[in-house]
Design a protein around this ligand. Structure first.
Ligand SMILES: Nc1ncnc2c1ncn2[C@@H]1O[C@H](COP(=O)(O)OP(=O)(O)O)[C@@H](O)[C@H]1O
Ligand SMILES: [Mg+2]
Length: 250
């Protein structure tokens, strides 16, 4: 689905590359997370995938094709919802489709379907300020879905939410992921969140980095929060925390 092949990237103003000779793969239908301390280059990986930055070396493939040759292969959801405050929820959702010149009828149809699936039909004509933080993130996720592409890049989407809302949103995103059959690459610095959501977790342990350590999460879907208390899962959590802390002590 997504493949980094020996990717090296350096920001023009830096002397050293931030990632060097990095290779990793995400499989079709994965819920993959990337964890690592802040400033280590997680968001940079997303900027490379959506083409905002170009690697100096190596290649990034989506569905076996280099990304330069493709359009609409991925959609991005940032930490802040970035909804337009002066537009209704419906307008916020259809705007990207308008820009793509998708016929009005089709825009309405897709918007209706997505609002129904996220359980927010009655918010169609409301404005972002009338929504709670969790609801805004649901709309932002819906907009990401409607932007097209089968690979969704979610950059710490729940980190600004209060704890209980975050827990609800984690359960919600798993339902959405299984409904829409998307591949999700999810950035978080919350180890427990990564474990609860993902089937595979990549950890960044050095700065700059050339490898990420991949661990499979030994849990089936659907999941519930009780699973986090299983002994192999608490051990996995401790192992991941230890790996991340080791990096911080360097
Ligand atoms: N557009 C940019 N130009 C130059 N340097 C950047 C840019 N974006 C991020 N950086 C630098 O690259 C490093 C990694 O940033 P980032 O990928 O955002 O880290 P993370 O998401 O893991 O917190 C940081 O040191 C940051 O200052
Ligand atoms: Mg970041």
């Amino acid at each position: 689905m997504l493949e980094f092949q020996n990717v090296t990237f350096r920001y023009p103003e830096d002397k050293e590359p931030i990632l060097e000779n990095l290779s990793f793969q995400v499989k079709d239908g994965d819920f993959a997370s990337i964890i690592g301390s802040s400033g280590c280059g997680k968001s940079t990986i997303f900027r490379l995938i959506n083409g905002l930055e170009k690697p100096q070396q190596g290649q990034i493939l989506v569905n076996g094709e280099p990304i330069e040759k493709q359009r609409r292969y991925t959609a991005f959801m940032p930490q802040k919802d970035l909804l337009f405050p002066w537009c209704t929820i419906e307008k916020n959702l259809t705007l990207p489709m308008e820009l793509q010149k998708i016929p009005k009828e089709e825009q309405k149809k897709q918007c209706t379907a997505v609002l129904e699936q996220i359980g927010m039909t009655e918010y169609r004509n409301k404005y972002p300020r009338e929504l709670s933080g969790g609801m805004k993130q649901r709309v932002a996720f819906a907009r990401t879905l409607l932007a097209g592409g089968s690979l969704l890049l979610l950059d710490e989407p729940f980190s600004a939410l209060d704890f209980l809302t975050r827990v609800e949103m984690q359960e919600w995103i798993l339902e959405q992921w299984s409904y829409w059959n998307k591949t999700i690459l999810f950035i978080t610095h919350d180890v427990e969140e990564a474990i609860f959501l993902s089937n595979i977790i990549f950890t960044i342990q050095e700065c700059p980095f050339s490898t990420m350590k991949a661990v499979n999460v030994p849990l089936q879907y659907p999941r519930n929060r009780e699973d986090l208390r299983k002994s192999d899962i608490t051990q996995l959590k401790e192992t991941l925390i230890r790996q991340l802390r080791k990096k911080e002590m360097l």
